[in-house]
Design a protein around this ligand. Structure first.
Ligand SMILES: Cc1ncc(COP(=O)(O)O)c(C=O)c1O
Length: 380
């Protein structure tokens, strides 16, 4: 089946008891057993397994071209679960432009448990090769990155990482691209991570995360952690994401179409210092972006002239773009990462330009969006 069909049907059969077409929300923490240690259909306790969550996990596996999916309570819970595969003193190599919360988890929390992190420019596979050490067990990259939208050649980095004697795991955060645009497992990644809070959910009404893998042994280790640590989403959250995923392809096409209209406004605008978008001719990694991403997606970033004062004025002047954190919903959002989502990177090597503005271009009418941004730029 093709992606659009899988998005609607994978993991989801009409209910065998009554024919319900939509996956029921199984609000249950426990399940009747037919005898001691004889659970029906393998369900014992909902931290371990829940039918609504199972439908979502199977759907995610199909969409990413993997074999197993795991739903977690947030994108960061998914990241934390992956890092718990590591033993004390392991070295982890991560991109130097990852989401601020991922950086905070690595730098401020997991370092305290004896993990060692280095942050490098993953857009250059040579830098990754040079930074691998005999203790490196995991390489973490995000592509496109949040917020600079830098693009890493997943296949090239996978070759470098898998050639290393330790066989570190290659993890790709696919939140910005979604499996509709980019499928990291097919390019050599071992684990795909998602904040499903974003495009997969698609309606800014749920916080959730996911992991997808191909390898059964790796899946079993992660499923053990999912249950042992317990950062699982509730059944309603799983239902909301499942419902959101059904429209992922149409939403992503419309996000990209609207982003193109916004780019046309910004590319020659006198107040724009720099534009960032994976499929824009000015993007330094456009060749790789075109190879591994079906479209440039729905996030557009730019640096407005005049620094912080100007960026704050602009984001406070829009009427349709809502000033808010997060991204990937049907509604357009605008924010200043340096002062909002990426505040935790202040003073670090990952500090963000105070004039950088991130747009999550929604699926409203594109002319309305362009007009809104135009009037806000005039005020900046
Ligand atoms: C690329 C990326 N990864 C991970 C996360 C964390 O996800 P969550 O907020 O669901 O914990 C985010 C959140 O903004 C993100 O943008």
């Amino acid at each position: 089946m093709k992606f659009e069909t899988l998005a609607i049907h994978a993991g989801q059969e009409p209910d065998p008891n009554n024919g319900a077409v939509m996956t029921p929300v199984y609000f249950t923490s426990t399940y009747m057993q037919d005898g001691v240690g004889k659970p029906r259909q393998g369900y014992e306790y909902s931290r371990t397994k829940n039918p609504t969550r199972k439908a979502l996990e199977d759907c995610l596996a199909a969409l990413e071209g993997g074999s197993f999916g795991l739903a977690l309570s947030s994108g960061l819970a998914a990241a934390d679960t992956v890092l718990r595969l590591m033993d004390k003193d392991a070295h982890v190599l991560a991109g130097n432009d990852v989401y601020g919360g991922t950086f905070r988890l690595f730098d401020k929390v997991l370092r305290r448990f004896g993990l060692d992190f280095d942050f490098v420019d993953t857009t250059d596979p040579e830098s990754v090769a040079e930074a691998l050490t005999p203790r490196t067990r995991l390489v973490w990259l995000e592509t496109p990155t949040n917020p600079y939208l830098r693009v890493t050649d997943i296949r090239a980095v996978a070759e470098v990482v898998h050639a290393h004697a330790n066989h570190p795991l290659l993890v790709v955060d696919n939140t910005f691209a979604t499996p509709y645009l980019q499928r990291p497992l097919e390019l050599g990644a071992d684990i795909v991570v998602h904040s499903m809070t974003k495009y997969l959910g698609g309606h800014s009404d749920v916080v959730s995360g996911a992991l997808v893998v191909k390898d059964q042994a790796l899946y079993e280790k992660l499923a053990f952690l999912q249950n042992a640590v317990g950062a699982v989403p509730g059944p309603m959250d799983c239902f909301l994401v499942l419902r959101g995923i059904k429209t992922l392809p149409v939403r992503m096409d419309r996000h990209a179409e609207n982003a193109a209209a916004i780019l046309a406004l910004l590319e020659n605008h006198p107040k724009v210092e720099r534009l960032m978008y994976p499929h824009h001719p000015s993007h330094p990694q456009i060749k790789v972006a075109k190879q591994q991403m079906k479209s440039g997606g729905g996030i557009v970033c730019f640096i407005v002239k005049g620094g912080q004062k100007s960026s704050h004025k602009l984001v406070e002047s829009t009427k349709i773009f809502t000033l808010a954190e997060s991204l990937g919903g049907v509604e357009s959002l605008i924010e200043v990462p340096a002062a909002m989502t990426h505040l935790s990177t202040a003073g670090s090597q990952m500090e963000v330009d105070p004039g950088l503005i991130r747009l999550s271009v929604g699926i409203e009418n594109k002319d309305d969006l362009v007009q809104d941004l135009e009037q806000a730029l005039a005020k900046a």
